[in-house]
Design a protein around this ligand. Structure first.
Ligand code: NAD
Length: 261
């Protein structure tokens, strides 16, 4: 068995996923990186090497559950353990319920909900055998705050929070903690993809959201990664079955009086 703890991260080439993998490596974890075949993981693997840790790369589409299961098998056959699973990958289309195609709805649910559910099951089977493990689902404040622009995504994220509580209840007696994190506005490709073809609008949306966020800025993805790794560690040993909002105070901000003048 691998002497070092092992963290599996989906969406590892993305903003939050990449920073999370690097942070785990800096904390002594070897990493299993799941990404789409088209993505460049070199900047992330270089930083993992700089931290002196090892990695395994498994590429594929998470909508394909056979691929997802094979990633878990690859990790176990190489290292014999999995300590942390971070269900981070997500896909969304900016659209409305008036227009969304069934194929887009189903793809969103497969990537954002079904893959996390089954990856959790397959990883938890190995965690149960060792009597410990942590599963962290990267949800969104959009699971609780509607914007009217991504119906399948918000439905999947709401369900992902509910799944978190369900799995925490099921696996808690086996020593496995399950949490979700709910990021607010984060400076990544996904954070920036609102109205990408209408730059003026995207800039306006960003400015308006920053004016409402008490910390008055979007987060760097590293700030979410640090919280995820903290929640996976011993300092959070009694935390399970709950969602942790990481949004610079945005969600609690409903008074027009506090908007920047
Ligand atoms: P990102 O676009 O940088 O990363 C998302 C990753 O998911 C990408 O690397 C992408 O390739 C991967 N992915 C998408 N579809 C996939 C598929 N079918 N198979 C495999 N991988 C796939 O965005 P991010 O902001 O780093 O997003 C990470 C997580 O944070 C997501 O769960 C997202 O919902 C959540 N989140 C982000 C924000 C934000 O403002 N950026 C806010 C709230 C929640």
């Amino acid at each position: 068995m691998n002497p070092q703890p092992v963290a599996m991260i989906t969406g590892a080439a993305g903003g939050i996923g990449g920073e999370t993998a690097v942070r785990f490596a800096e904390r002594g974890y070897d990493c299993v990186l799941l990404a789409l075949p088209s993505e460049d993981l070199n900047p992330i693997t270089k930083r993992i090497e700089d931290a002196g840790r090892q990695y395994i790369i498994c590429t594929g589409d998470l909508a394909d559950l056979e691929y997802a299961e094979s990633a878990v098998e690859q990790c176990i056959s190489a290292w014999g353990r999995i300590d942390v699973l971070v269900n981070n990958a997500a896909w969304r289309e900016i659209t409305t319920m008036r227009k969304i195609e069934l194929a887009s709805w189903e793809q969103t649910l497969r990537v954002c909900l079904t893959a996390p559910a089954f990856l959790s099951r397959w990883c938890a089977a190995h965690m149960e055998a060792r009597g410990e493990g942590v599963i962290i689902n990267v949800s969104s404040i959009q699971s609780q705050m509607a914007a009217g622009i991504s119906p399948a995504y918000v439905a999947a994220k709401g369900a992902l929070d509910s799944l978190t509580y369900e799995l925490a209840t099921l696996y808690g007696p086996a020593g496995i903690r399950v949490l979700s994190v709910n990021p607010g506005a984060i400076d990544t490709a996904m954070g920036q993809d609102i109205a990408v073809d209408q730059q003026a609008t995207a800039t306006k949306i960003r400015q308006a959201s920053e004016d409402m966020i008490p910390l008055r800025r979007w987060a760097h993805p590293r700030e979410i990664a640090h919280s995820i790794v903290m929640l996976a560690g011993e300092d959070a040993s009694y935390l399970t079955g709950t969602s942790v909002t990481i949004d610079g105070g945005w969600k609690q901000q409903c008074s027009p009086y506090s908007v920047k003048q």
